[in-house]
Design a protein. Structure first.
Lengths: 206, 206
């Protein structure tokens, strides 16, 4: 950013939160037997739902795969590499975007009357908006799941069309990733953390 | 999710953090005179960089628009509605994805030798991967900026091609959103919070 060596600013959250949400959190594969409960999901959504989306569209949708039957349905659409990760996880959230999000806008975005009708004849525009904003919400959801004491492993290796036919045939939602979730004892992974790009490698100040 | 009324699980972060990051955080337009410093950006990136991305690709890039000159360059590519929001903000981050992220993979993802060479002849695949993962990173970055005491206003109303020509002609990065950032006194917005969808509206347990 600059030529000076400037220290990072102090955090406005405590170190325990910064560690849990980012600094020591890992993408894990080793879970305890603890279940992912509806109460976990409810608490996580009650945080993630507040993350900002364009025109408050909130297009993220998901199914929570916990039962053996649902797990078998999901496994059928996964590549070999991701199967054991889903098999062993207490829960796997299959994330999707809702191209019909505009139906909710009269309630979610009442400051723009007519936006539902304006978007109705533009399915491609809606699909792009929904995917874009649902991906940003996936970032919020990962942080929110960690905020309720869960560890996660995001994955996007899956047969999206197959998953859509399996889980979203009626809704028309479009899957884009999975998040395995559960409780870990310790780091929950046998691998050292991979390196990251520095601020100076990703950003330029103007 | 279920027919029972189940309470949310307890949080694993303190209430102050949950409020700051999600529950009371707002998309703001009213800023104090406080600057967004390099130290803020460094501290925020030192959290956001740890958010997981597929194959540790970390494709998010951004320019930090703070100077009058840079602001004028950005304003030229914004619709009328977003101009005052950028004009008044202490800083605006212009977020982009790097379709050439594969160049960094020998360092970032050494567990998959040859992935750089495998992706090199597939620019469309790389562009899609970069956009997808940079959007998830945008979610992390918004939470991270709030974690260092900043408030934000994400926006995506902009002439992306114009912004790319203005700021990313050399790098080939592709812009996808902006985040205005600064310090607020109080909520930083005169508008009440818009409603959100409930867990039962967005999720189904299987």
């Amino acid at each position: 950013m600059t030529e000076t060596l400037e220290a990072a600013a102090p955090l406005a959250i405590d170190d325990a939160a910064a560690d849990r949400l980012f600094r020591t959190a890992r993408s894990v594969t080793e879970w305890t037997d603890a279940e992912v409960t509806d109460a976990h999901l409810r608490a996580a959504w009650d945080l993630a739902k507040f993350g900002p989306t364009a025109m408050n569209t909130l297009p993220l949708r998901f199914v929570v795969v916990r039962s053996d039957e649902a797990k078998a349905r999901l496994l059928a659409h996964l590549p070999d590499g991701n199967r054991p990760k889903v098999e062993s996880a207490p829960a796997t959230l299959v994330l999707a975007h809702d191209p019909e999000f505009h139906e909710h806008l009269p309630r979610l975005f009442p400051v723009y009357p007519g936006i539902k009708e304006q978007l109705a004849p533009a399915p491609d525009v809606r699909d792009g908006m929904a995917r874009t904003n649902a991906l940003i919400q996936a970032g919020y959801l990962i942080v929110a799941l960690r905020s309720v004491g869960l560890s996660v492993r995001p994955m996007n290796g899956m047969d999206f069309d197959g998953v859509d036919a399996e889980f979203f045939a009626d809704s028309g939602y479009k899957s884009f990733m999975m998040i395995a979730a559960g409780v870990t004892a310790g780091e929950g992974t046998g691998h050292p953390r991979l390196p990251r790009l520095t601020l100076d490698e990703v950003a330029q100040a103007l």
